[in-house]
Design a protein around this ligand. Sequence first.
Ligand SMILES: [Zn+2]
Length: 400
Amino acid sequence: MKLGTPGFIGARLREAREARGLSTVDLERLLGVSRQSISQYELGRQSPQPEVMDRLCEVLRQPRRFFTRPLPLKENSTYYFRSLASATKKARLSASTVAGWVVEMVDILERHVELPQLRMPQFNIPANLYQVSEEDIEDLALEARKFWNLGLGPISDLVLLLENNGVIVSRFPFGSPALDGFSVWVQRQGRPYVVLNDEKLSASRSRFDAAHELGHLLLHGQVETAFHNRSEHHKLLEAQAHHFAGAFLFPRSAFVDEVFECSLTEFMQLKKRWKLSVGMMIMRALHLGCINENDAEMLWRARSKKGWKRREPLDDQIPVETPRLLKRVIEFLLKAKVYQTIEDLLMALPFHRHDIEVLAALPPEVLNPDLPLAPVTPIRPRKVESPTEPSAGHVVPFKR
Ligand SMILES: [Zn+2]
């Protein structure tokens, strides 16, 4: 029995193994097949016997069609990872491989639906990133806000903003809390991706991560891979993306207008409205010169003393922003009967249903063909908050 081209199977086998964070030694143990045979499969020199293939599907939690489908064109993509030093190589490899599955899912889904067009501001960034000053980044963040008509107030849902403007956002557990998120431009789709770690459950932290990745996409999208990969530049790229995130989420003029005093109590008050962490506001105050290094140090210490280093108040109350686009697309394709049944959908998307559920932010078990599909509820876009709209802090004058 022929199981497809050994070359495809080999590459997919390796991909699935890396995505699950397994070594060939792990696979040897789980499969009861020698490491030499596994290498032969992965190199495409030998096809696994059907019974081995079945066990591979089980162990790597993928359907057979996952292994036999053709490989997408290899492209030179630049991934921007934060915490490059502390994140384990294994977790990075696993996360970027799984992100590749999201890209493949979009390849397939895009044949049936039109995804939002890409609307991103274009900046003229000097090739030498050392020429980009902090002042420049403040200005670029404001330009980005202007481009998307965001005004200067809090951004109600950053993930939705990205999705509405053609960025694919996905959130899944990376298997290491040291990785915050990453982003990548996928040339063949002409579309950027932002991938966030689902293990970090603080809404404000996650919002900052998304803004940090947006910073990379806007500031470093044109940077040569070779420049990015040199470790001596890594610190600069990270600092720039960080600065952009702060400036984009909490513009300087709004910060100066709204912050009466740089204290933990004041920042806690502002956290409700801006959905940003107290830690981020300490950094922002320092960047903007509202406080000096010593003041910042005192605030950091006071924050640690309250035990907020691990978890700040409101972290469990502010809802984490969830991607919606892929979920809506899949629900639409089922409702419109483009895929007659869940089985049809699972045939078209060659991944384990659990992976599809996680990567498309679908409710757990919704693609379990043994369970009835929950009725599809219509989805309305949520508006991005504009500064002219009355907010919780708006005072209506009382006329006698
Ligand atoms: Zn980064």
